[in-house]
Write a protein that binds this ligand. Structure first.
Ligand SMILES: [Zn+2]
Length: 296
């Protein structure tokens, strides 16, 4: 019986598909969505992928990012554990899959999706690459309201100022500033678990990230709380301390280039030695700094 169904003709196909399905489902099935309270009506959700900001109140739930599609049910359950209001608005901080993966499910749940205009452009281009037709699900996952520079939401008693600062992590990064609560969701431009990630396929820029950190320090104060795309809730001093490190590393790369060192030599020179235990592999960042400096 088993042999008949499980014919050898199908075996290679089954074996080829099996690892994909196991890794896609297996990785996510253990993920727990944990709510953390920030103020009386602001929360963030931790799961797998970018930290999700949550504003609750009479105007409905406003989510910042939505992680991966397989987690949407658990994300909505976590929201339902803190409020009975529906998710009405989703804001995407940038186009990466660990921040927008749940878009179609959130749209199905009734949410309107907002993002910088380059987020919609990049997702559309990804979906239609190689002359592919966009699926109905992909169409539903696209932001329906986009903006070029900044926009404001007035929701749940909050003034929420959303702004774009030019290319950094990607070319469609947004910062979501709850001005009265003094909390900024930074997307992946600011993160606390790794060196900056520069998505060069999406016109990202290390020096754009540096400029964004400077702007974040400028508009904030000692009481501001920063919710990073990845990592832990942070302060202005944490942003400033990373910024100091970026300036140090940038100056070292400049000096190395002035001495005629190649990228390979720079990667081998231990320029970030004292920081690597804390921040991990510097290769991507150093490569971005090097290539941007050569273009300046
Ligand atoms: Zn990202």
């Amino acid at each position: 019986m088993f042999k008949k169904i499980f014919s050898f003709k199908l075996l290679p196909l089954v074996l080829a598909l099996l690892p994909l399905q196991l890794s896609a489902q297996g990785d996510m099935s253990d993920v727990e969505i944990i709510p953390h309270q920030l103020t009386d009506n602001l929360y963030f959700l931790e799961g797998q992928g970018g930290n999700i900001g949550v504003s609750i109140g009479d105007d409905g739930v406003f989510l910042i990012d939505d992680q991966f599609a397989p987690l949407s049910g658990r994300i909505l359950d976590a929201v339902a554990s803190i409020t009975s209001e529906p998710v009405r608005f989703v804001f995407n901080t940038h186009y990466h899959g660990d921040h927008v993966g749940g878009n179609a499910n959130m749209a199905d749940a009734g949410a309107i999706i907002f993002a910088h205009e380059n987020v919609r452009d990049r997702l559309s281009a990804d979906y239609t690459r190689d002359n592919m037709m966009m699926s109905a699900e992909q169409r539903r996952s696209l932001p329906v309201v986009t903006f070029p520079e900044s926009m404001n939401f007035h929701l749940n008693g909050h003034d929420i100022h959303v702004f774009h600062l030019g290319p950094g992590h990607t070319d469609g990064d947004s910062f979501v500033y709850f001005t009265d609560a003094n909390i900024i969701h930074t997307g992946d431009v600011f993160r606390t678990n790794a060196y900056p990630r520069v998505d060069t396929n999406a016109n990202g820029s290390f020096y754009g990230i540096v400029a964004a950190y400077e702007a974040l320090v400028d508009i904030s104060n000692a009481d501001t709380r920063f919710l990073p795309g990845h990592g832990v809730l942070s302060s202005q001093a944490d942003v400033q301390s990373q910024l100091n490190m970026f300036h140090t590393i940038s100056n070292r790369v400049k000096n190395a280039i002035a001495q005629g060192m190649s990228l390979e030599q720079i990667l081998d020179a231990g320029l970030t030695e004292e920081y690597d235990d804390r921040w991990g592999d510097p290769t991507g960042m150093l490569t971005a700094i090097y290539s941007e400096l050569l273009r300046m």
